[in-house]
Design a protein around this ligand. Structure first.
Ligand SMILES: C[S@@+](CC[C@H](N)C(=O)[O-])C[C@H]1O[C@@H](n2cnc3c(N)ncnc32)[C@H](O)[C@@H]1O
Length: 290
């Protein structure tokens, strides 16, 4: 089958779920990853053929996509901060907005010198923990999640590809419930505590897409409408005991709850509490200092 004919069929099938331009982007992304072609190959080479042996797999991929399964689960990977992370059912797909959190930590860590100690709460795929470990040579990173499924993904990221490139130790991944009274988190005296915890209110489900609601783990996303900041209360409690004096917390937040989140960290006794907007003016991060 010609590549351009497959792209057309795939795009048309996906237009039942996505706006036309997004359907086309998903089809192009699938072909780029599975066939190694560029997004313009079918234009510059209209006679480009898809190898016969790839067709059954691609047809199966399209069937999964049409059932609203996220493309990243179909591909088994998602990009984050310039690297590919393994993902699949049971683990949250890393979001581009979380890259801002990593950039902020990297910038702050550059000033903090060698041997930076970082705790990543609610690590999921480990995308934050691994990126920081790979970008800050000599750093010591502990990463925590309650989901063993997520931790299985987190532990195996980069175990083979990066074994030569990565000079230090990888993050230490630990199963713990951060909402419990005294979560079993090893170590202390951290320079930074970072987190992208669950923060979507149940009532916000109505604005979310089927591919998220039906496939991504609810445990990673939702908080009760009547207690939407419960994870931030836990982060404040853990930061009080595990951040070193002067250490910083940097967390992703629900943009609708910026003020409330800032008040929570101020009331818990932290200094220099700031809410940070992303480039489109949305309240995306909170930062605080012990
Ligand atoms: C929004 S996801 C973030 C995943 C990853 N850090 C990222 O940015 O893509 C939140 C994560 O919190 C974990 N989680 C939920 N409740 C938890 C708890 N009580 N203790 C520890 N982790 C928890 C979920 O399993 C999920 O992996």
């Amino acid at each position: 089958m010609l590549l351009r004919d497959f792209l057309k069929r795939c795009t048309q099938a996906l237009e039942a779920l996505y706006p036309a331009s997004e359907a086309r982007s998903v089809a192009l992304w699938l072909c780029r990853e599975k066939l190694g072609v560029e997004s313009y190959t079918h234009i510059v080479n209209p006679s480009e053929e898809i190898p016969e042996y790839m067709l059954p797999e691609l047809e199966d991929d399209v069937r999964r996509l049409v059932r609203s399964e996220p493309l990243q689960y179909v591909l088994g990977s998602a990009p984050f901060c310039g690297r590919k992370f393994k993902v699949g059912p049971g683990v949250l797909i890393p979001r581009p907005e979380t890259e801002l959190l990593v950039e902020m930590v990297l910038e702050a860590a550059r000033l903090s010198g060698p041997g930076t100690r970082i705790l990543d709460l609610c690590t999921g795929s480990g995308c934050i923990a691994w990126t920081l470990a790979l970008e800050i040579p000599g750093s010591e990173i502990v990463a925590v999640d309650i989901s063993e499924e997520a931790l299985t993904f987190a532990r195996c990221q980069f175990s083979s590809q990066f074994s030569n490139q990565f000079s230090g130790q990888g993050p230490v991944f630990v199963n713990a419930d951060i909402l419990s009274e005294s979560p079993a988190i090893p170590g202390g005296n951290f320079d930074f505590i970072v987190s992208n915890p669950p923060y979507v209110m149940e009532k916000e489900k109505t604005e979310m897409r089927k591919n998220v609601l039906d496939y991504e783990p609810s445990l990673a996303l939702f908080v009760p409408d009547d207690n939407p900041l419960l994870y931030y209360r836990a982060i404040a409690r853990i930061s009080k005991s595990l951040l070193k004096p002067g250490g910083e917390g940097i967390v992703e937040i629900n943009e609708a709850l910026g003020e409330e989140t800032a008040e929570l960290f101020s009331a818990a006794g932290f200094k220099n509490v700031q809410i940070i907007d992303d480039l489109s003016g949305r309240k995306r991060m909170a930062r605080f200092q012990k």
